[in-house]
Design a protein around this ligand. Structure first.
Ligand code: GLU
Length: 551
């Protein structure tokens, strides 16, 4: 009996490593092009941290004219959730980060390096496990879960490292004959890697993000093929990223401590080691404590949350870039009209300790993003969102598109566009007073301010509409007329005048404007009132003043 025969006994029918080496040749890519991937497990909702990693990988591939692919890591079939793959595929699509290769739906894929779903790659993993077995670098291991449990207890009692290594690795040193005998007797087994490492030796790793790190060598005989015939994460990582010709493994830093094992696996399999970039988790400031965004506690951990609020995906992306590279914000300020793809993203400039995620900041970014939209863009995206989440808004938008576009165009498309919309969820509240039918049914929202005397208010409204308002006035004329009206009623025509001599006046032009604004909109704070009057028009102004006078 030799290793070759043992390997044949265990995996008699696989195609073999050589077959796959030939099937997936080195990629023919331009100089400097890198191959990155997003490799999620379909075990829960898409996490913002996952999207963040995918974004970085997507950008690095774009930047170098390389390849970004999507691989589904579904070897833990017990933890799989319904629609897991579809959700991942759709999230990437929604954020404009479609992969060049890989899964494009639950069942379809594109690219020459597939299958891109690990559960469909059984023969591949087993071929490489066989390759290791043939060289005595892997072995069948027959322990039961009770045995493992007992071992762990002994290790804990003896205060030594837990795991399957050294003297604890009970089945590592069985003779070939013993192994064969057990297999033939039908005793269940898994395949373990025979680690050549020693814990008292150190290895160095240079991570693109984390820099130089030292680790003890791996000495654990980890499981590579489980009892269901599928690989563990570690083994699949080595085999897949080798065969898919990944050049840069960009992944969560929870895997950093597994690097010694991965280096060893690549070595023993005879693969070239890819470069690693371990991304720190996205953190949150929780009452002064910095902690990881939690799947359980934080709604903002789920990518779907942003869609529900109606934060445009492009804004989420911009914000993620903001926290990924601190130079992005400045670049954006200097290049407000460029596509984010033009930003020179630096993988090695990413935070080592974990970037802070801040919902308020995200919404500020979103406000700026939306302020750059045309009215049509706002209309289209908001309507899309409203169809799913807000029937009332949908009605408002659809009832009179032309009018709505005028509403949305207020303070838009100029040098200082309005920045009051962060998410489509806010839009209704933001524009509803512009619709006569809604306005009429809504009682006054805000109290009058400095000028609150009913007769005074009515006097202002009457005089204004009868003697000062002219729908053809330009903005300066319009405002001068409000000043004149203020002066006529004894208010200061300029705020400055008022401030110099506050005793002399009951108020100033701003207070008169406020009366008009509240009568027209029910609010103290609105975009430009001149534009509002233009959009709602004279009839509506008269109607609104009348309503106000009645109240
Ligand atoms: N399936 C692994 C995870 O979701 C992927 C890690 C990797 O990118 O290699 O954590």
């Amino acid at each position: 009996m030799n290793y070759k025969e043992l390997a044949d006994l265990i995996f008699p029918n696989v195609k073999g490593a050589e077959y796959y080496e030939n099937k997936y040749p080195e990629r023919d890519l331009p100089e400097g092009a890198i191959v990155t991937r997003f490799a999620p497990s379909p075990t829960g909702f898409v996490h913002i941290g996952g999207l963040y990693q995918a974004l970085v990988a997507r950008i690095m591939a774009n930047k170098t004219r390389g390849v970004f692919f999507l691989r589904i890591e579904d070897t833990d079939q017990k933890r799989e959730i319904e629609n897991g793959v579809t959700d991942i595929v759709n999230s990437l699509k929604e954020f404009g980060m479609e992969p060049d290769e890989g899964m494009i739906s639950d069942t379809e894929e594109i690219g020459n390096y597939g299958p891109y779903k690990q559960s469909l790659r059984k023969d591949i993993y087993q071929s490489y496990a066989k390759y290791l077995l043939e060289q005595g670098k892997a072995y069948p291991s027959f322990e039961t879960s009770e045995e493992l449990e007992e071992m762990r207890k002994k290790q804990e009692a003896a205060k030594v490292r837990t795991g399957y290594y050294g003297v604890w690795a009970k089945y590592r040193n069985l003779s070939l004959d013993e192994m064969v005998e057990k297999i033939k007797a039908g005793i269940p087994y898994i395949i373990r890697f025979k680690s050549p490492g020693r814990e008292d030796k150190k290895i160095k790793h240079k991570d693109i993000i984390k820099g130089n790190v030292d680790f003890p060598e791996n000495d654990q005989d980890i499981v590579i093929i489980k009892s269901d015939g599928l690989p563990t994460y570690h083994f699949a990582h080595a085999v897949d990223d080798h065969l898919m010709r990944t050049t840069h493994v960009i992944r969560s830093d929870e895997w950093l401590s597994s690097v010694p094992l991965h280096i060893q696996l690549f070595q023993e399999l005879g693969f070239k080691l890819p470069k690693y970039a371990h991304i720190s988790p996205i953190m949150k400031n929780d009452n002064g404590n910095k902690r990881k965004l939690s799947k359980r506690k934080d709604p903002e951990a789920a990518v779907s949350y942003y869609e529900e609020l109606g934060i445009p995906s492009i804004a989420v992306k911009e914000y993620l870039l903001n926290i990924a590279n601190s130079t992005f914000e400045n670049w954006r300020r200097q290049n407000p009209d460029k596509q984010i793809e033009e930003f020179d993203f630096q993988l090695n400039k990413m935070s080592v300790s974990g970037a802070l995620f801040d919902m308020v900041k995200l919404q500020d970014v979103s406000k700026i993003v939306i302020s750059r939209y045309t009215a049509e863009q706002v209309y289209d995206e908001a309507l899309e969102w409203a169809k799913k989440h807000d029937e009332e808004l949908r009605g408002m938008l659809e009832e009179n598109k032309e009018y709505t576009l005028k509403v949305l165009n207020i303070e838009r498309g100029n040098k200082k566009p309005r920045k009051d919309i962060a998410k489509w969820e806010d839009l209704k509240e933001n524009i509803e007073y512009m619709y006569d039918n809604i306005f009429e049914n809504n009682p006054q929202k805000y109290e009058y301010q400095t000028i609150s005397d009913k007769d005074k208010i009515n006097e202002i409204l009457d005089l204004y509409i009868n003697e000062y308002y002219n729908e053809n006035d330009d903005k300066d004329t319009w405002f001068n007329k409000i000043k004149e009206l203020a002066g006529r009623l004894g208010y200061a025509k300029e705020v400055k005048e008022f401030k110099q001599n506050p005793e002399a006046y009951p108020g100033h032009v701003g207070d008169v404007s406020t009366v008009l604004r509240i009568a027209l909109t029910g609010r103290t704070n609105t975009p430009d009132m001149y534009e509002i009057m233009k959009v709602i028009g004279k009839n509506s102004i008269i109607k609104r003043f009348e309503i106000d006078k009645k109240n």
